[in-house]
Design a protein around this ligand. Structure first.
Ligand code: CP3
Length: 355
């Protein structure tokens, strides 16, 4: 494997000295980029794009051609995992993801098993190997998975939901059934992330998009515990280098101490927390990533620069900061505004680091 030319992101995740604050964006390859829309059209659909090694590689690299980002993220989706379990993922035009066979009765739930990741999700690890080759060591590649709980949300509801009423009903009525799904999911996610690491992913992120919808106590029991189990099962070193793990629970601001104790190396923050406060609370344990309001990218470049300035100052001097958004970038973002964001992070952050 080629030597990394820019390992700023990996060093920041390990709270090691860096020259500037590294930056990448959740959903950095996506519909706000016209070149992404063109490649997706060529592929036929979003899922075909994920399953086509050459095209998945192409879209992963697209944002890096435009912006000097410090990491690439595998182009795929968290819902490939339940699809591999046989739930039948499809995307209805303009409606987001859906499953043909959601988990609706006890028999289906008890029949759920860990799929053979090596065959069922081979297209993902093929994409990882191909992207690593195409990157030629420019920046590290991030692999990812949904958290066991966030995957369960889609598997039970059959699609996204505003209330997650089926999931919540199961949680209170039949907690043992939800625990069964979560246990199968956790074991699958371990195999899946380890396969990505073996194929070349140099850091991994667990997306817990819906953990923040849980009550206090239920979050710890039904989401965090299973992420902890996943982290404990991961290969934490590959090719002689540590593979850092990032946990991102959207809406998890009240539970940062618990999240930081999960065994992860970095905690992803949405935009509802104060970065300085988060650093005081957990910055001696883990690196911090995220926090920039994705909607601030709609504003004019001067406002974007001042928000960047504010966040960098809020984290302050020292190590352990990865700049990112607090959630995925909107498809309605002006790509030129991303140029402003990335350049101002790089330019304005040098004064906070004494390399
Ligand atoms: O960050 C990246 O650039 C890597 C690729 C990536 C995608 N999805 C591509 C995608 C990643 C890391 C994800 C994660 C994901 N997928 C999450 C967790 C993060 C989050 O946003 O909360 C979730 C909940 C999903 C499930 C999912 N996939 C939804 C709800 C949707 C529809 C919403 C939307 O933006 O359309 C998707 C589709 C999806 N996944 C798109 C992309 C680029 C858009 C599909 C398209 O091109 O039409």
């Amino acid at each position: 494997m080629s030597q990394l030319q820019n390992d700023t992101f990996l060093r920041a995740l390990c709270r090691e000295p860096v020259e500037y604050t590294p930056v990448w964006l959740m959903r950095q390859a996506g519909r706000y980029l016209p070149e992404y829309c063109a490649t997706r059209k060529e592929a036929g659909s979003f899922l075909q794009l994920c399953k086509n090694t050459a095209l998945a590689t192409e879209v992963t690299l697209q944002p890096l051609e435009r912006y000097p980002l410090d990491a690439a993220i595998l182009f795929s989706d968290i819902l490939t995992v339940p699809d591999a379990m046989g739930l039948g993922l499809y995307f209805a035009e303009g409606e987001g993801p859906k499953f043909e066979r959601p988990l609706r009765d006890e028999r289906d739930i008890l029949a759920l098993t860990v799929p053979d990741v090596g065959t069922e999700l081979r297209y993902v690890t093929d994409a990882v190997s191909s992207i690593r080759k195409a990157l030629c060591g420019r920046v590290p590649l991030i692999g990812f998975s949904g958290s066991p709980f966030t995957l369960a949300c889609y598997m039970i509801e059959g699609q996204g939901s505003a209330t997650f009423s089926r999931v919540k009903t199961m949680l209170y009525d039949r907690p043992e059934l939800l625990h069964h799904i979560l246990d199968v999911n956790a074991r699958t996610v371990i195999d899946y992330l380890n396969a990505q690491i073996e194929a070349g992913a140099q850091a991994v992120q667990i997306f817990d998009t819906w953990g923040g919808a849980l009550a206090y106590g239920k979050y710890q029991e039904f989401s965090l515990n299973y992420m902890r189990q996943v982290i404990a099962g991961l290969k934490r070193e590959h090719d002689g280098r540590k593979v850092p793990v990032i946990v991102f629970t959207k809406g998890g601001g009240l539970w940062l101490e618990d999240i930081a104790n999960s065994g992860c190396d970095a905690v992803g923050l949405d935009w509802t927390v104060d970065l300085a406060d988060a650093r005081r609370r957990i910055g001696d344990k883990v690196a911090l990533q995220g926090n920039f309001d994705p909607n601030a990218l709609f504003a004019n470049p001067a406002a974007i620069e001042s928000e960047v300035d504010r966040l960098l100052a809020s984290f302050g001097e020292g190590e352990g900061h990865v700049f990112n958004l607090g959630h995925g970038i909107s498809q309605f973002t002006n790509p030129d505004h991303v140029t402003t964001l990335v350049e101002s992070v790089h330019n304005q952050s040098r004064k906070y680091h004494q390399f």
